[in-house]
Design a protein around this ligand. Structure first.
Ligand code: KG4
Ligand code: ZN
Length: 331
């Protein structure tokens, strides 16, 4: 089953062809980072317009790299939520029109399921086996921080989520107040490499026994610290902030993995690209249980949508929606 998949929920236009949910035949991306760097953040209308500009040539590119024509594709899929409504509409409407014109079925994909199923994509030779279930999954992106248990395919039970900022949002905001570029996550990770993670004392929001997260306190603490210490080393502050966020995410993920007897621990979303976070989690759950996609498959891309679409067709546990739903949840 060859699926032509579209991702346009935020600031990356992604088009991919994925075979049988795991094999990436092609995965092309048009990043809008350069555009949004000028404003230091994403302006939704501009993002939607950029998707519109990028999408047509990307489809040609994706089919050509896969060595396929549209006739040889079996199904078309697109992210229908969550995300920015204007952006979602561009990709979903384009994909539905393409499917209709070609007489192909269309599958609407939950973007967060895409981040989960990025862990099913084959990136090694020989191919890694499929992740074992039950799994504890941490999805940490620019807009979400969800900790869930996945007992069966497409069955997610929510353990906790952020009660304020998403993890990626905290990285982006702290980067901005440290005078670093956009998006903030990779910038913080880069400067943190030469910093001391113990240099700046920052709070950890454990929220008692809950699996929920809160990142606005640590963000405010960073703000206060740099105001009071204008000469502080940016590297030290970045490293301390990164450690504070990673420790809380890792502790709660590891506790959930123990409580629910997880056979694997899966990460997804842009923040999962962060090496310090991976290390903190690997230390606690054991590297053999931990699965993380390579960085380019952690951040938004079309291949993850193709993977999720395949499993949505195979395990029709929940309806695959047709209309865009900007506030869609994972669980
Ligand atoms: O999953 P994603 O590409 O888009 C959303 O669905 O939101 O995630 C983007 C987020 C941004 O907040 C970005 O700063 C963060 O992921 N991010 C990182 C890293 N790479 C991207 N955060 C920490 N460390 C990174 N290496
Ligand atoms: Zn995402």
């Amino acid at each position: 089953m060859k699926i032509l998949a579209f991702e346009t929920s935020c600031d990356e236009t992604g088009v991919a062809v994925v075979e049988d949910g795991r094999r990436i035949r092609s995965n092309v991306l048009a990043s809008q980072i350069a555009t949004h760097q000028k404003t230091g953040g994403i302006v939704p209308e501009i993002a939607a317009r950029e998707h519109l500009r990028a999408i047509d040539p990307l489809v040609e590119d994706a089919l050509q790299s896969a060595g396929l024509t549209l006739r040889e594709v079996d199904c078309v899929a697109a992210t229908v939520g969550p995300g920015l409504i204007g952006c979602l509409l561009v990709g979903a409407n384009y994909a539905r029109a393409l499917a209709l014109g070609a007489g192909l079925p269309f599958v609407g994909v939950n973007h967060l399921e895409g981040h989960v199923y990025a862990n099913w994509l084959i990136t090694g030779d020989p191919p890694q086996p499929e992740p074992e279930l039950p799994a504890v999954v941490l999805v940490v992106s620019g807009a979400h921080s969800d900790l869930v248990v996945m007992e069966q395919h497409r069955e997610f039970r929510l353990l906790g989520r952020t009660i304020d900022d998403a993890a990626g949002e905290a990285f982006d905001k702290v980067a901005r107040l440290l005078g670093l570029g956009f998006p903030g996550g990779p910038e913080i990770e880069r400067v943190a490499r030469s910093g001391d993670p113990k240099a700046v004392p920052l709070p950890r929001a454990w929220l008692a026994d809950s699996y929920d997260f809160s990142f606005s306190g640590v963000k405010t603490a960073v703000l206060r610290y740099v105001r009071e210490h204008p000469d502080a080393s940016v590297s030290d502050v970045a490293a301390s902030f990164q450690r504070a966020v990673a420790e809380v995410l890792a502790e709660k993920t590891a506790r959930a993995a123990a409580e629910y007897g997880a056979r694997s621990v899966l990460l997804g979303g842009g923040v999962a690209a962060n090496l310090a976070l991976r290390e903190e989690i690997a230390k606690r759950v054991g590297p053999e249980r931990l699965r993380v996609p390579p960085p380019r498959l952690c951040t938004d891309n079309g291949a993850m949508v193709g993977a999720a679409a395949f499993y949505a067709l195979r395990y029709r546990t929940a309806d695959a929606p047709l209309a865009v739903r900007p506030n869609m949840k994972l669980a």
